[in-house]
Design a protein around this ligand. Structure first.
Ligand SMILES: *Cc1c(COP(=O)(O)O)cnc(C)c1O
Length: 320
């Protein structure tokens, strides 16, 4: 059965040239582009909208009544899942791996507005968060509900299908594209793109420090996603830059700050400090080292995440 999807995102998203940033980084004219997946529309937009189109359809096909997922306090995936649930008429429970903050900021403001049932789980690592999501599902089942469990980042094989479609969309917009650079949180976006292109060499993921097992998970999910839609198993070796998240997930690094500043000041493009800023820092380093050549047609995927800029720590960092 071919997986179905519901319509949640504004698609296709624009593909825009970045001539001023490209020149600054030593790209030839016409070689650096940005895929505006921050403009998918759903409750502020971001990459999770494409995944949620498939995940919501799957949940409804299975007769589930509640979407269940989780993430860090400023999770974009949680915010967008709550919005998707409201749009399609499902209930939603989210696990946030944080104590409840005294003053809501950024995504948490939007979480309160979208009003899922929130479980404030206290500080948890990646695997602890996944376990807490499973526990929330078990609790709902005990109450007679039918939960649909989504892993952190919506990074199931079904979710990755949204980015198989995005790869097709990109090839329609820029048929001679050579490399796509994207932030790797859960790795589902990267995996879907690889499944769509059929080649690991087309995608450079920049690890943002969400999970420790990307090198195994991205190829595994890419192969599963390709199989699910009847495409050939992706060839080549997975490409992930693990050097650009700093000490930890969300860490404020000088390279990230320089990347965010360059995007803002040369392109008027606002990047978030947790994902897209780190991904652009990785792209800048790859260009500087020659890993990306000046004439390589390169697409930077802007995956969204702007609300995190309005969390206190980042807001103060930006002020400097
Ligand atoms: C979730 C997220 C990512 C990472 O996507 P994955 O598919 O989890 O790797 C990148 N950028 C933003 C803004 C996100 O919210």
């Amino acid at each position: 059965m071919t997986p179905s999807k519901v319509s949640l995102a504004h698609l296709p998203t624009p593909l825009e040239p970045m001539e001023r940033l490209g020149a600054e980084l030593g790209f030839d004219p016409g070689c650096l582009w940005v895929k505006r997946d921050d403009c998918t529309g759903l409750a502020g937009g971001g990459n999770k909208a494409r995944k949620l189109e498939y995940l919501c359809a799957d949940a409804m096909a299975l007769g589930c009544d509640t979407l269940v997922t989780g993430g860090g306090r400023q999770s974009n995936h949680v915010r967008m899942t709550a919005a998707a649930a409201n749009k399609v008429g499902l209930r939603c429970t989210v696990v946030l791996a944080s104590p409840e903050p005294a003053h809501p900021t950024g995504n948490v403001v939007l979480d309160h507005l979208l009003a899922p049932d929130i479980v404030w789980a206290g500080p948890l690592d990646y695997y602890g968060t996944e376990a807490a999501i499973e526990q929330a599902c078990a609790d709902l089942e005990a109450e007679g509900r039918r939960p649909y469990r989504m892993p952190v980042g919506g990074a199931s094989t079904v979710g990755a299908l949204g980015y198989v479609d995005a790869a097709d969309e990109l090839l329609g917009q820029l048929p001679d594209l050579e490399l796509v650079v994207v932030a790797d949180g859960s790795g589902g976006t990267h995996a879907g793109l690889v499944a769509g292109f059929g080649h690991h060499g087309r995608v450079l993921g920049v690890d943002v420090g969400t999970r420790p097992d990307l090198d195994e998970q991205v190829p595994a999910k890419a192969a599963e996603a390709a199989a699910l839609v009847g495409r050939r198993r992706p060839v080549g070796d997975v490409q992930i830059d693990h050097e650009h998240f700093g000490d930890d997930y969300g860490a404020m690094t000088d390279e990230c700050r320089r990347a965010i500043d360059a995007a803002a000041r040369l392109e008027g493009l606002v990047l978030d400090p947790v994902y897209a800023g780190k991904a652009l820092a990785g792209l800048i380093a790859a260009r500087a080292s020659g890993r990306i050549a000046s004439d390589q047609k390169t697409v930077f995927v802007h995956t969204g995440g702007m609300p995190a800029l309005f969390a206190h720590a980042y807001a103060n960092w930006i002020r400097g």
